[in-house]
Design a binder for this molecule. Structure first.
Ligand code: ATP
Ligand code: MG
Length: 420
């Protein structure tokens, strides 16, 4: 018995009718990133497993349970499909010594892979745009990253997002807080779920990020990082807020914001929507001043974010942002011996003039061809019989509005077809 092969669970096909929205999004982000001077970097989808283990950290969701890791049987190497983009980006920057030329404003775009339970807004292959500003210490760049996100939402027509910002302080102040947090949770062990107990000594801050409703009360009562924050981090956080206020960006301070990854310090931020249920974070980022050194480079401050494309597109759909793009401007139907040669000339000539053209394929009489023209989303049918062809003319029939059919030469046809 034969059974049909299906796509892998949580890994989606993007069908032609959805691709318009992706194309629109991709064109928008390219212009948007260029407007801020960010350059594209493209790294492989597969990397050595150690890259992610070392940079993301062992006590994280990603490394603990979400990575697609496998042994390359041809040489025994342990490889991993990239679960996020920062590690690869930093690896490439160090490997090619890009920082010798000064700080780098970079971005990447593409699929990421995490073995999660597939649900709305959570997939096993999903796409991210990530932006990394490497070599910048000041809060100006943290502000720039957030301000540029706000512009993107405007350009995409998204308005239902709010910004939460927080600070994790310095590594040293976090260490003090970490001890205090462990101490507190130790006194409330019976309130902790299994995940939290497992993380108590490896990544206690991550407990604050628990999605378990039963944990929310204990989390609410946990000590606050704010009380342990170092002076410099507080100043940095204030500078960020000043710039956001200058630019009229609304935000809420959320000091319980902990990023899932180990490598963040100081600024953390998330853009969140209430329109997508539990998977409401469409963009998340922050500062990671220690990562580059940890990966073998010189100490280099850096800041970045990543956004989940599927969630952003879902939000656009949810809030009625419509992208309309037509497959073709014209659909050419033809019949007759001279016409069947001339129609190719016409099609190529129209394409020379930046028109999108579908040339009918598969024969049939005019009536059946016109049905195909109607079913396409083209605005016009171009009708070519031998009579038109021998005079180097075409007949133009509007398909979406009531108007007369006209018969004209090719130059005039192009002019008419390009009219709005
Ligand atoms: P979450 O708490 O939702 O698991 P995360 O902290 O793991 O998110 P990041 O690693 O910060 O997410 O990734 C940045 C963004 O990428 C997220 O805010 C989200 O928009 C998107 N994202 C992350 N994981 C997935 C996934 N499995 N499917 C779709 N989008 C995702
Ligand atoms: Mg996650």
């Amino acid at each position: 018995m034969s059974s049909s092969i299906r796509a892998i669970r949580g890994m989606n096909d993007i069908l032609p009718e959805e691709v318009y929205q992706w194309n629109f999004f991709e064109a928008t982000i390219r212009n948007w990133l260029a407007a801020y001077g960010y350059c594209n970097i493209r790294t492989p989808i597969v990397e050595q497993t150690d890259l992610f283990v070392r940079s993301i950290g062992t006590a994280t969701d990603i490394v603990e349970k979400e990575m697609y890791t496998f042994v390359d049987h041809l040489n025994g190497e342990s490889l991993t499909l990239r679960p996020e983009g920062t590690a690869s980006c930093v690896r490439a920057v160090l490997e090619h010594s890009l920082l010798y030329a000064g700080p780098q404003r970079l971005y990447y775009y593409g699929p990421m892979f995490r073995h999660e339970r597939p649900q709305k807004g959570r997939y096993r292959q999903f796409h991210q745009v990530g932006v990394e500003a490497i070599g910048y210490a000041n809060a100006e760049i943290d502000a720039e990253l957030i301000i540029m996100c706000a512009r993107l939402w405007r350009q995409l027509g998204i308005s239902n997002v709010r910004l939460e910002i927080g600070t994790l302080g310095s590594v040293a102040s976090r260490a003090v807080y970490r001890d205090r947090l462990i101490n507190f949770f130790e006194q409330h062990l019976h309130h902790l779920d299994e995940d939290a107990r497992r993380r108590l000594y490896t990544n206690p801050l991550r407990i604050l990020d628990s999605k378990n409703p039963a944990m929310q009360e204990i989390i609410l009562n946990a000590p606050r990082l704010l009380d342990d924050l170092d002076e410099e981090s507080l100043v940095h956080f204030q500078e960020l807020q000043d710039r956001l206020q200058q630019q009229g960006i609304d935000y809420e301070i959320n000091l319980k914001l902990v990023r899932g990854l180990d490598y963040y310090n100081r600024t953390v931020f998330e853009w969140i929507t209430d329109k997508l249920g539990a998977q409401g974070t469409i963009c998340a980022g922050g500062r990671y001043d220690g990562l580059i050194e940890q990966m073998g480079g010189k100490h280099t401050p850096a800041c970045g974010f990543a956004m989940g494309i599927e969630r952003i597109l879902a939000l656009m759909n949810e809030t009625g942002v419509k992208i309309h793009q037509t497959v073709a401007d014209v659909y050419i139907v033809y019949q007759g011996e001279i016409a069947s040669k001339f129609c190719w000339k016409v099609a190529e000539y129209f394409r020379d003039n930046a028109l999108k053209v579908i040339l009918h394929c598969g024969g049939g009489n005019f009536k059946s061809q016109m049905k195909k023209a109607d079913a396409s989303d083209a605005r016009f049918a171009i009708i070519i019989g031998d009579d038109e062809a021998s005079n180097s003319e075409v007949s133009i029939k509007p398909l979406r509005e009531v108007a007369e059919q006209v018969r004209v030469g090719l130059n005039e046809a192009v002019a008419l077809l390009k009219q709005e």
